[in-house]
Write a protein that binds this ligand. Structure first.
Ligand SMILES: Cc1cc2nc3c(=O)[nH]c(=O)nc-3n(C[C@H](O)[C@H](O)[C@H](O)COP(=O)(O)OP(=O)(O)OC[C@H]3O[C@@H](n4cnc5c(N)ncnc54)[C@H](O)[C@@H]3O)c2cc1C
Length: 297
């Protein structure tokens, strides 16, 4: 029987392991930390019984992918929780905007800016199945749905400031969540503590927030690096999200998962489609390995 060793039990390592095992490979997963899960672990970090996500907290990328469809995790008890409002953004003016689960509901909430929202995101939402099929694969492969991908590319390539000109100031929505979790992007290896800055920013838009905090758990860059050896210098997405890295991650190659020698593969978020708790890097890497095994006979 063919056997494989997967190093790391994050979503990508586990997706690779599951994909290989389903194909009949005997798989061993090696994990340095005391518990499995990598960037998807949860733990009681503040008060007893209060469960916090340690890293990833929102998992829309995992809901409908080739991996999630193949794995059928709902048959094993996976249930997704959907907030009524997906996310909200407060503005300096005191107004804000909320994203509902459907582009139509979001547009309805945006008043006179609704039609502009619907025109951009309504069409993308209708094509999401086809767009995501290509987005979850290496960019240097032939797209299955070139027209849908081109539409997505033409809109996402616009500078945010230009796209934002299509909206003129949506109205506010209030939304509260417990436990609260926030992080700030800081330079690689930064030695400081950004807690006060993060809380001050929330306080600006939600006065009284600070008084309601019962307990805190803080990880600075050094703690993040030692919590998970995959987060080098505190980098939470395992490699830069530069245009070059979006197209050729981690290097320009038709098979970016194969390390170019023997049966060694990279299956982490350092490979396409990159950071996020979706497991697609592991799923694609496992398929790359299975293809090579089949060719070797
Ligand atoms: C603070 C934070 C917030 C995030 N928020 C989101 C979010 O909201 N939504 C989202 O989709 N994504 C989010 N992400 C990104 C997402 O968590 C990662 O992209 C994803 O977990 C990467 O999966 P992975 O399997 O490649 O690696 P990881 O999840 O990092 O797992 C790697 C595993 O390998 C182990 N390991 C490393 N080196 C070794 C070794 N030498 N030997 C043995 N084991 C080893 C580690 O202990 C770890 O368990 C966030 C990440 C962070 C850190």
């Amino acid at each position: 029987m063919t056997s494989a060793v997967v190093v790391g039990s994050g979503p990508n390592g586990l997706a690779a392991a599951l994909t290989l095992a389903t194909a009949g490979v005997s798989v061993r997963v090696i994990e340095a930390a005391g518990s499995p899960g990598g960037g998807t672990r949860s733990a009681e970090l503040t008060l007893p019984g209060l469960l916090h996500d340690e890293c990833s907290a929102f998992h829309p990328l995992a809901v409908d992918t080739p991996f999630s469809r193949a794995a059928g995790l709902d048959a094993h008890g996976l249930e997704w929780c959907w907030p009524e409002i997906q996310y909200a953004h407060p503005l300096e003016s005191g107004d804000g905007a909320s994203a509902w689960r459907s582009a139509t509901d979001t547009a309805a909430d945006l008043g006179r800016d609704g039609p502009a929202w619907q025109a951009v995101f309504g069409e993308l939402a209708d094509r999401l199945d086809r767009i995501s099929e290509d987005l979850f694969e290496p960019m240097l492969s032939l797209p299955h749905h070139p027209l849908d991908l081109a539409l997505f590319g033409s809109l996402s390539a616009l500078p945010a400031s230009l796209l934002a000109r299509r909206w003129r100031g949506p109205r506010a929505q209030a939304h509260g969540v417990h436990p609260v979790y926030a992080y700030a992007h800081v330079p690689s290896g930064w030695p400081g503590d950004a807690t006060a800055l993060v809380e001050a920013q929330i306080e600006r838009f939600a006065p009284g927030f600070g008084e309601r905090v019962l307990a805190r758990h803080v990880r600075d860059v050094a703690a993040m690096s030692s919590y998970n050896a995959n987060y080098v210098g505190g980098d939470i997405v395992t490699g830069a999200n530069t245009p070059r890295q979006l197209v050729a991650r981690p290097r320009a190659a038709l098979d970016p998962y194969w390390l170019g020698t023997g049966l060694l593969y990279l299956c982490s978020a350092a490979t396409p489609p990159g950071g996020g708790a979706h497991g697609m890097c592991g799923y694609n890497a496992a398929h790359s390995a299975l293809r090579r095994l089949t060719r070797r006979g």
